[in-house]
Design a protein around this ligand. Structure first.
Ligand SMILES: C[S@@+](CC[C@H](N)C(=O)[O-])C[C@H]1O[C@@H](n2cnc3c(N)ncnc32)[C@H](O)[C@@H]1O
Length: 341
């Protein structure tokens, strides 16, 4: 386990939110973009060195399988053979990009994932203010393992967000017996991405209202139309124009990220972090909505990519998919039903 330092913010810093650039970026290679920063560092080390309770929220898309962004795996991805990155089936003559194949992980690797996220959660909990939320991308195959590890590390599980998006995972007939079992698929075709919603526990005896007053955290911001933030969000595959700006294997769409970054700051102020920044899409989303974000990326290639991509992604004007509405049910049952239009 990484040693956890004891440096703490003063009460004045916690209430005035006047963190200096140096306190947030430390002495790492850093690029300022608007009010936000891209930092070239290992997120474990960066989180460990941050002053305690420096962050209001974390919105991030980690290497779910832990190893897919290791040098050897990225090299294999480039060559298109072997490793955790596999080429999905081609449809209609279209060549698809490789996706990580998490079903290939063995029990030792699953144990490593658990340790990775438990250790990371302990560092994240230390760096967050009480009541600070974590939005963490996962996938249906590993989410149970990852979310349990985050709880073991000290975060409180608050549920899941369902990002409705068609993927190329699953849906295949049993390998080698496709004709014999033509009516079977061995795994469902992915139609959603689960995002863990976790929170640093409130201080003992504190209510959400107390936490909001004291730390500006504890709840989620309602939508711009003054609706409760929903845990099912219609989404889309990352549009071609965003992928053209930032050629990263896991880039997430601005239309989705802007909604969740907004929700992560209940009072609309504070510092959001993305400790696994990749192409900088979360930083761009924060900048686009006027929030401050610190993105941390350990690979020089992706750090350089993010520095170039963030201003361009920020300046886009994406349409939010409107394929789903929430309708209030009958007064008697007060149920909500999902209406997929
Ligand atoms: C799933 S990708 C994130 C992609 C991002 N959501 C985007 O839209 O571009 C995870 C990123 O975390 C980076 N990474 C992995 N381990 C890291 C670590 N310990 N510290 C910082 N970055 C790390 C990887 O290089 C990769 O770019």
């Amino acid at each position: 386990m990484t040693a956890i330092p004891t440096e703490q913010l003063t009460t004045e810093q916690l209430t005035t939110e006047q963190l200096t650039t140096e306190q947030l970026t430390l002495n790492y290679t850093t690029q300022a973009i608007g009010g936000s920063f891209a930092v070239h560092a290992d997120s474990f080390e960066w989180l460990c060195r941050l002053p305690e309770a420096a962050l209001h929220a974390i919105v991030t898309d980690p290497p779910y399988g832990v190893k897919e962004y290791e040098e050897d795996q990225i090299e294999k991805r480039g060559k298109g053979i072997g490793g955790v990155w596999r080429i999905p089936q081609s449809f209609d003559g279209v060549t698809r990009s490789p996706v990580p194949r998490f079903t290939a992980l063995n029990s030792k690797e699953r144990k490593q994932i658990q340790q990775f996220f438990t250790e990371w959660a302990a560092l994240a909990a230390r760096a967050l203010r009480p009541g600070g939320h974590v939005f963490l991308a996962s996938n249906s195959f590993l989410s149970q393992l990852v979310f349990a590890a985050l709880v073991e590390g000290g975060l409180e599980f608050r549920g899941e967000l369902i990002r409705l998006v068609g993927t190329l995972r699953g849906g295949d007939r049993p390998k080698g017996a496709e004709e014999e079992f033509s009516g079977v698929c061995s795994f469902p075709r992915g139609a959603y991405e689960p995002w863990g919603l976790l929170r640093k526990p409130l201080l003992p005896g504190m209510k959400v209202s107390d936490c909001l007053r004291e730390y500006g955290t504890g709840g989620l911001r309602r939508t711009e139309g003054d609706k409760p933030f929903s845990d099912v969000l219609a989404s889309e595959r990352t549009p071609r124009r965003e992928r053209a700006i930032a050629d990263h294997p896991s880039i997430k769409p601005q239309s989705f990220l802007r909604q969740i970054v907004r929700a992560s700051l209940p009072l609309g102020v504070g510092v959001v972090a993305d400790p696994f920044m990749g192409s900088g899409s979360t930083v761009a989303a924060a900048e686009a909505i006027g929030a401050q974000c610190i993105g941390v990326e350990k690979r020089a290639l992706y750090y350089d990519l993010a520095v170039k991509a963030i201003p361009q992604l920020r300046d886009l004007n994406p349409a939010v998919p409107q394929t789903m509405t929430l309708e209030r049910g009958t007064r008697e049952t007060d149920e909500c039903c999902l209406a997929l239009l």
